[in-house]
Design a protein around this ligand. Structure first.
Ligand code: ADE
Length: 418
């Protein structure tokens, strides 16, 4: 078995952590048990480009239990948990090519290693594998039956490929499942982003002015949780409807040009580039903390920040302090990469349980329906979404009402009005 991980001696710690996460992933466990019996992936090669975490490890175990030959590569150079990578190789016999802190060259070497097994299915978090398959590794497209995509940014890239008529195989937008984005993006990002900021800085959030750029599901989650911790939340938006929603949720809404003067802590969660730029840094208070929780490290203009700084120095793990020519210090966390995965452990397992249940069932769906699928971006079938919700509710010991026959009839009728 081929692999490239930092240190196999970390495996014992990794195994304990993978098993710890497993306790909080009951839906994935049920799927794994079924897959062990039915072997839906017998003889199938799956390459996954995901954050290498304890939760992703449990997804890899699930796919392997289903008979797949699995290779795991990173979806971010800073998010790999080296102990998990080691344990997957040593204890679970899964090929992993990932090292925390690797440079761009090593990152792409690992992604290419993921494609070297000629996968039938790829799983992406950010569409990097699909992007390689459409550029430098086109010769491998012939082996692909389909792909799944975990995150909003990836789905946007894929829709753009499909819109231009360039998409070469079917893709399932796992992110868009209700049991994914309502929970992972909102509660997962909400908690883990604050966790990352706290682990990196140990700052008290209560009483701070916290500027949240972007009020999508991730921004909503971060704003809600920051509010709960006593921060005064300011939202910046470019979408009118989301801005109204933020205002009616009780947050101040203003342009970044104004928020820059007031904020103590800034978080970008927009999916777009250069949301924080030199014109904003120049207005920030001395000691402002700046971080990103969007998928790519493009939301903060770091080259622009460097240009206007007279000195740059690390002041803590994960904190780089930029001193501007006006003397103000701006503290950039985790090199502008996903703060929740770089400085903390990503979303907690109970929420990744649903996201990765979607990934496993979407992959099974591709296998079963590969003859019918065309080169499009598909939603996760509603049946799968509902099944995951039902299993999660059951695992939480929650029961819900059922429609009476009379209610069903009413909902299906048009005749009954005023
Ligand atoms: N994305 C956000 N949190 C994650 C986690 N814990 N594992 C994998 N991907 C993630």
């Amino acid at each position: 078995m081929n692999y490239d991980v930092k240190n196999l001696r970390l495996a014992d710690i990794g195994k304990k952590r993978i098993e710890w996460a497993e306790q909080f992933m009951p839906v994935l466990r049920i799927i794994r048990e079924r897959f062990s019996k039915e072997k839906p992936f017998k003889g199938i090669r799956i390459s996954a480009c995901l954050h290498v975490t304890t939760e992703a490890a449990n997804l890899m175990r699930t796919l392997k239990a289903g008979g797949a030959k699995v290779v795991l590569v990173p979806s971010n150079p800073l998010s790999t948990q080296d102990d998990v990578a080691a344990s997957l190789v040593k204890d679970f016999g899964i090929s992993v090519f990932a090292k925390c802190g690797e440079n761009r060259q090593s990152y792409y070497k690992h992604l290419n290693a993921g494609l070297n097994q000629k996968p039938n299915i790829t799983m992406d978090d950010g569409a990097d594998l699909v992007s390689l398959l459409h550029s430098k590794r086109k010769e491998y497209v012939k082996y692909i039956w389909g792909s799944t995509e975990e995150t909003t940014t990836g789905v946007i890239r894929l829709r753009s490929l499909a819109k231009q008529g360039l998409l070469k195989f079917p893709v399932i937008a796992v992110n868009d499942a209700k049991t994914k984005h309502f929970f992972d993006n909102r509660y997962g990002t909400g908690q883990s982003t604050l966790d990352g900021i706290i682990r990196a800085t140990n700052v008290l959030l209560a009483g701070k002015n916290m500027v949240i750029a972007g009020y999508g599901w991730c921004g909503r989650g971060a704003a809600m949780r920051a509010n709960g911790m006593g921060a005064k939340v300011i939202v910046t938006e470019v979408d009118e409807t989301k801005a109204i929603e933020a205002a009616m949720d009780g947050f101040e809404v203003m342009p970044m040009a104004e928020a820059a003067r007031i904020g103590d802590i800034f978080i970008t969660l927009t999916g777009d580039i250069n949301v924080l730029r030199p014109e904003h840094f120049r207005k920030m208070k001395d000691g402002a903390i700046v971080c990103n929780s969007g998928h790519f490290d493009v939301e903060i203009d770091i080259p622009g920040l460097k240009k206007i700084s007279k000195s740059i120095m690390p002041v803590r793990e994960f904190v780089m302090q930029y001193t501007l020519s006006n003397g103000n210090r701006i503290n950039l966390l985790a090199e502008g990469r996903l703060i929740n995965l770089a400085a903390a452990e990503g979303h907690p397992a109970s929420v990744m349980d649903m996201s990765f249940a979607n990934q496993s069932l979407a992959a099974e769906y591709i296998v079963k329906n590969r003859k019918k699928l065309s080169k499009q971006v598909y939603p996760v079938p509603e049946k799968i979404d509902r099944l995951i919700a039902a299993l999660k509710l059951k695992s939480m010991g929650i029961t819900i009402d059922r429609l009476t026959p009379e209610q069903k009839k009413y909902l299906a009728a048009w005749e009954m009005g005023t």
